[in-house]
Design a protein around this ligand. Sequence first.
Ligand code: 13P
Length: 252
Amino acid sequence: MSERTPVIAGNWKMFKTNTEAAAYVAEFLELVVDAGSVEIVLCPPFTCLEAVRRGLDGSRVRVAAQNMHFKAEGAYTGEVSAPMLNEIGVADVILGHSERREFFCENDADLARKVGAALNSGIRPILCVGESDQEREAGGTNVKLRGQLEGGLAGVSAGQLSDMLIAYEPIWAIGTGKTATPEIAEEAISFIRGSLADQFDKVAAARVRILYGGSVNPGNIGALMAAENIDGALVGGASLDAAGFASIVKFG
Ligand code: 13P
């Protein structure tokens, strides 16, 4: 049995108004009061971060942002910084989601700065990595993953690695209903752990929690979580329904 506490995070992406979020939080909290030893994270859009965090006050559920800028402040229209997130009690931040990389041109150098800024502000980064369909078919999965880890974690020390989470999200599995099999996810995640052992050290790599993301649902979470190196899930579509997400949280 691994000593890594499982983490189940729900990435709402660009879904839910404040009103919808409030109804979700009320329903969800009731459903997860009896959840076992698992860390639960909700990642709403910026507009409802503070309201969701307030709604979760006194509960075990953490709140994460879906992105942030690497500078503390400045003339960067449309961006949000770590001190702003800190002040409203945001605990975690998703960085380098493939949708940010693809639609907003984020690269590994930007992400290294964002990861550093989050760690320095006491916000836990959840760094996403993953290959496309074409990259997998061309045999380039490991090269892609290693490059993203080396680039995105360039400024991180071995001691800091366990203060963050890594999410393996193969692009071909996101929003497609085509979940990676537990074998494929385990193979990639154990490669990631090995790569982190080379980049940092074995102890740090054994401690860091690595999540799987891509079409996770109440029916496949159990088999994914049974794999040795999979420490949790980053759930998109299936996290939008409070009852469905609660049953993923209670996978055990
Ligand atoms: P889906 O669960 O909708 O495939 O999304 C996964 C994801 O991108 C989570 O960050």
